[in-house]
Design a protein around this ligand. Structure first.
Ligand code: MN
Length: 376
């Protein structure tokens, strides 16, 4: 059964877990499905806070749940790095496929607090009736369900961890030991691009909270070093297999009877193809994901240079030629593609991309427009 990233959510809640037997009720703190550093750290520290605020009689287990299957965790290299550095190892974390939320809910013993998002994806809509709290930094979605039972803390700041830190300082500052402070601090620095106003993410509150956290750490942190460490960890794919690289950052386009994976990889596609075992990994990936073709977008960023290149892998020669000319000519040739070597990988063509400013946000509409012409 081919599982596609967007269609595979159903498998998430299958395994039973002893958590439900151990606790009369469970309060889950759930980050969003990207499980980026902000979602992971927000869930962990906010669960820690909520747990500490309970009083004896009504106490329930409050646990953070990372909203990805455990098998995806190695792909989140900045998350694994930062948590491990702070003494939190994978075996002490709970992942989405390790706890059966729907069974807990059926038993009437589930409470959910959402962090770093406030609208549940369609596959999780059933959790809505269990939500008791929201802590988020995204603009409030006008279509978000409203319910007086839900404690909403929503404020547009650069990082959800800024709001988590603010809550901890207000409600139980004793929790902020140097380790917890550093966990939150690094996340705020990464999310706000080192508190840089030019990146348009940072707000005065992020700056204030980050400096309060820095005062709790000794020696005081260098925000630039923390930022560089986390950025490097995010781009460090040396430990990932070809298949993991393809799953790390992928969007799927469908249309005209086709399902196309568009994977971004943080290296040149020419180097990536060199790691593909002569294309064997690409063929297997197509089969397991149910794609008819795969676009691989390579990007490298060093000091001031950005390079982009792309590869089209498709065993059907006709389709490959069609999509290739769509990419070369699309939107007046905006991508500025020039052919390059494919490292002997069959069913594959590769291009250097002259327009280094054109990200996947530019590639996707060209691809979708081509897919749409197939239906008409
Ligand atoms: Mn966030």
């Amino acid at each position: 059964m081919p599982s596609r990233k967007h269609c595979s959510r159903k498998n998430a809640d299958q395994s039973g877990m002893s958590v439900s037997a151990r606790w009369p009720a469970l309060h889950v703190v759930l980050g969003n499905e990207s499980c980026d550093l902000d979602s992971a750290v927000s869930a962990i520290v906010y669960a820690f806070l909520l747990h500490s605020l309970q009083n004896g009689e009504e106490a329930v287990g409050v646990v953070p749940v990372l909203n990805i299957p455990a098998s995806e965790y190695p792909l989140k290299t900045e998350v694994t790095h930062w948590l491990q550095k702070h003494g939190i190892l994978q075996n002490s974390l709970i992942f989405r496929d390790e706890v059966n939320l729907s069974r807990l809910q059926d038993g009437g013993s589930l409470r959910v607090t959402l962090v770093d998002h406030h609208v549940l994806p369609p596959a999780d809509a059933y959790l809505e009736s269990s939500v008791v709290g929201v802590l988020d930094h995204r603009p409030l979605d006008p279509n978000a369900p409203t319910n007086e039972r839900v404690t909403m803390i929503v404020e547009p700041v650069g990082s959800c961890c800024t709001l988590v830190a603010e809550q901890v300082m207000a409600k139980n500052p004793a929790l902020l030991d140097p380790v917890t402070a550093s966990l939150l601090y690094g996340t705020i620095i990464l999310d706000t691009v080192n508190l840089n106003p030019a990146a348009k993410r940072v707000t005065p509150k992020d700056i204030e909270v980050a400096s309060q956290l820095a005062r709790l750490m000794s020696p005081p942190p260098s925000s630039l070093e923390v930022f560089q460490e986390l950025t490097e960890a995010k781009a460090d794919v040396s430990g990932l297999t070809c298949d993991q690289l393809l799953r790390k950052d992928v969007k799927v386009a469908t249309g005209g009877g086709l399902c196309v994976g568009v994977a971004s990889v943080p290296l040149r596609v020419t180097d990536f193809l060199g790691r593909s075992e002569g294309g064997r990994c690409l063929a297997e990936h197509l089969a397991t994901q149910g794609y008819q073709m795969l676009l691989v977008l390579g990007i490298t960023i060093t000091q001031e240079t950005v390079t982009r290149d792309l590869a089209v892998y498709c065993p059907d020669t006709h389709l490959r030629e069609q999509v290739t000319s769509a990419l070369v000519e699309g939107q007046g040739g905006v991508l500025q593609l020039a052919p390059q070597e494919c490292d002997g990988v069959e069913s594959c063509v590769a291009f250097r991309q002259g327009n280094v400013g054109a990200s996947r946000k530019v590639v996707m509409p060209i691809l979708k427009a081509w897919l749409a012409t197939r239906t008409s």
